[in-house]
Design a protein around this ligand. Structure first.
Ligand SMILES: [Zn+2]
Length: 304
């Protein structure tokens, strides 16, 4: 009980520090400046980082701020901390790679939608059209932003001011997402250089090793055409599927359930987890290649 009261006091103090007069009102009309929100972080000793996040998460007004990623944080966790969803943050920050790295700076906020950072001079009508393609609604955008603060007339056209932040409720981009080929317990080996468990020397690991029980179903991570199905050296029993933009490989299978030339649907069963080829135990070796240049991709870019 005592703790609760203390928290409430601290919350009030933090807001008087930054002067959020609108706190408590269900209005998005005023966008606090990023710099203002950053003051919350600098309330030395007054609030812990965790309390700052609680304040932001529970605030009714939109709060936008910059966040430096810690090694223990991933996109969805961060989004939940602040009160939104990973894909909104991914969209605003334009993160092709959803894997966050420590010390990376990302824009975070507490509402569902995207923030447009204005270069200055872009016609408002044009910007709204772009966001309508991403699920934004003109009416909602107009209602959510205070126009006298973010726009100016230039040659008779309403344009965004330089540095203005336009809030676009519910807009989000769509990024390529592959279906998880197997319900795995953990990734035993990631993408990149590693000491090979059997060969005992360092070599590049082309994909992910997903630990899964022997015999577990392996599913196509996207619809496509089977381009290989059979034994392939260290891969053991291998299936390769060519999709629209990527090609995926599934190695060490105990059983293969497709033939070359087969058309498979997303999530369709193509085989079973095994330990064939160069393998120390049952797991799925999973690889992703980009079709445009054949380059190996970190599967983390595509898997959620
Ligand atoms: Zn592997």
């Amino acid at each position: 009980m005592k703790m609760k009261n203390k928290m409430r006091l601290l919350t009030a103090a933090a807001f008087s520090v930054v002067g959020f007069a609108a706190f408590g009102q269900a209005s998005l009309s005023k966008l606090p400046r990023v710099e203002e929100a950053l003051l919350l972080d600098r309330s030395d000793g007054l609030l812990t980082e965790e309390q700052v996040r609680t304040v932001i998460r529970n605030a009714k007004t939109l709060i936008v701020k910059s966040h430096e990623v810690r090694s223990s944080e991933w996109l969805e966790k961060l989004a939940t901390y602040y009160g939104t969803y990973g894909n909104y943050l991914r969209s605003t920050n334009n993160l092709e790679d959803p894997i966050l790295r420590a010390r990376q700076k990302v824009i975070v906020y507490n509402q569902n939608g995207m923030v447009h950072f204005a270069h200055g001079g872009e016609p408002v009508e044009q910007v709204i059209k772009i966001y309508e393609r991403l699920g934004g609604r003109k009416g909602q955008i107009l209602a959510a932003n205070s126009w006298d603060e973010i726009s100016e007339m230039r040659k008779g056209v309403l344009t965004l001011k330089e540095g203005a932040k336009l809030w676009v409720p519910y807009a989000q981009k769509s990024f390529p997402v592959l279906f998880r080929p197997v319900a795995w317990s953990r990734i035993s080996s990631g993408f990149g250089f590693r000491r090979h468990p059997k060969l005992k020397y360092k070599r590049f690991h082309d994909g992910f090793d997903l630990v899964a029980p022997y015999g577990a179903s392996v599913r196509a991570s996207e619809a496509g055409v089977v381009t290989f199905a059979g034994w392939e050296g260290g891969y053991g029993n291998l299936v390769e599927i060519r999709h629209k933009n990527t090609t995926t490989r599934y190695g060490h299978l105990s059983k293969i359930k497709v033939l070359v030339g087969d058309k498979v649907g997303r999530k369709e069963i193509i085989g079973n987890v095994g330990s064939t080829g160069l393998s120390t135990g049952p797991h799925l070796h999973f690889e992703v290649r980009r079709n445009s240049d054949g380059k190996l991709q970190n599967p983390r870019k595509y898997l959620f």
